[in-house]
Design a protein around this ligand. Structure first.
Ligand code: NDP
Length: 339
């Protein structure tokens, strides 16, 4: 069984490739340049001919994935820009939407052996800002981000542009499904993760080169740069990779959105877990870990969004790592890098 993985050199993509290879699949990793494939060839060299790299230079162009989809049994479409500083929202929206529609169209035209496509969406496509955050489920859509996108103005912040890109990209998936499902020999599953934390195996040289979510974690625990985010819902990147594998294997996952989330967190939960690691992690780059709060972490006192994950439990049977384990492994990863 061969799986095409787009965004294979990213934080989540690399773990998805790793997990698939460990499970015995062959993987075709799609990256934008030969250069971006080098690290993958190195870390996955031990799998020999079961891992290959393909260059798809511009995912916004129609037919960009035509060659890459040929001969694969499944696709994990993960590539999408995750950056919060774009001026023009279409810097995010165009690759998010065109990349998604493009890979589906290439699959339609050339995916003769395909059985399933898994698309990585985000809770950004589900949630909306609310002073009294509710518990969301798979019936929710982030219409708020699209209304703000249409109006523009100061409410169209970096995060709002990202949310709009993910909402539009996932809506395009289901529009494609509605238009084409009758004639398809394959189906689609959309996975919906919240904040993703945990160690990295993709090419990261300095803390600043971590992807957005892992950098946020680093900045809060090690870098002392607090942001407005006090807490939320999370999943370990390795569990998310497991979910991507299970989503290929469980027939009932077909034609469904599935929220995959381990539970709620506050930064204090991770800080306390860091201080409980034994033996204590070394000081990193001379920066001490943030101080533990005298008061116990209490996710009930921080207003935050929550998500129902019954569908993931029933269909995927996914088990989740807990905060102490992810914290310990992430700090061990930093130490191994000499940070
Ligand atoms: P990374 O930034 O580490 O990876 C993003 C991947 O997408 C990279 O391979 C990147 O390639 C590729 N990509 C980005 N922009 C483009 C573009 N314009 N054209 C082609 N490829 C592009 O982020 P993550 O691994 O965290 O995110 C992966 C996916 O998971 C995204 O779809 C994201 O929305 C989703 N997600 C992430 C969450 C998180 O907390 N991390 C939470 C929920 C969803 P390149 O290196 O060449 O730029």
């Amino acid at each position: 069984q061969k799986v095409l993985v787009s965004g294979a050199n990213g934080y989540i993509g690399s773990w998805v490739v790793h997990t698939l290879l460990e499970r015995g699949y062959s993987v075709r990793s799609a990256v934008r340049t030969e250069r971006k494939g080098e690290h993958l060839k190195k870390i996955f060299g031990e799998y020999g001919g079961r891992h290959e790299v393909v260059v798809v230079a511009d995912i916004t162009k129609a037919c960009a994935f035509d060659e890459a989809v040929k001969g694969v049994d499944a696709i994990e479409h993960i590539a999408s820009p995750v950056q919060l500083e774009a001026e023009d929202p279409y810097e995010l929206i165009t690759p998010a939407v065109n990349g998604t529609v493009g890979i589906l169209q290439s699959a339609l035209a050339h995916g003769t052996s395909l059985k399933r496509i898994v698309v990585t969406s985000s809770c950004a496509a589900v949630l909306h800002d609310d002073p009294n955050p509710q518990e969301f489920d798979e019936s929710d859509w982030n219409e708020q981000s699209l209304e703000i996108l249409a109006k523009g103005g100061p409410a169209l912040t970096g995060i709002m542009k990202y949310r709009a890109s993910k909402t539009l990209a996932e809506k395009a998936v289901w529009q494609f499904w509605e238009d084409n499902q009758g004639g398809l020999s394959w189906d689609i599953t959309v996975l919906i993760p919240p904040f993703v934390f945990g160690p990295a195996i993709h090419e990261v040289t300095t803390p600043a080169s971590l992807n957005e979510s892992a950098l946020l974690w680093y900045n809060h625990l090690i870098g002392h740069t607090a942001t407005g985010t006090k807490g939320g819902t999370w999943i370990d990147v390795r569990d998310l990779a497991e979910a991507h594998t299970l989503a290929l294997e469980r027939p009932a996952a077909g034609s469904k959105r599935i929220i995959v989330a381990a539970g709620a967190w506050t930064w204090q939960d991770f800080v306390n877990a860091a201080h409980a690691v034994s033996p204590p992690p070394k000081l990193l780059n001379g920066l001490p870990l943030s101080s533990p709060d005298a008061s116990p972490a209490d996710t009930a006192t921080v207003p935050m969004r929550k998500y129902k994950t019954i569908r993931a439990a029933e269909i995927l049977g996914l088990r989740y790592r807990i905060i102490p384990d992810t914290t310990k492994d992430t700090l061990a990863d930093y130490e191994a890098r000499g940070w």
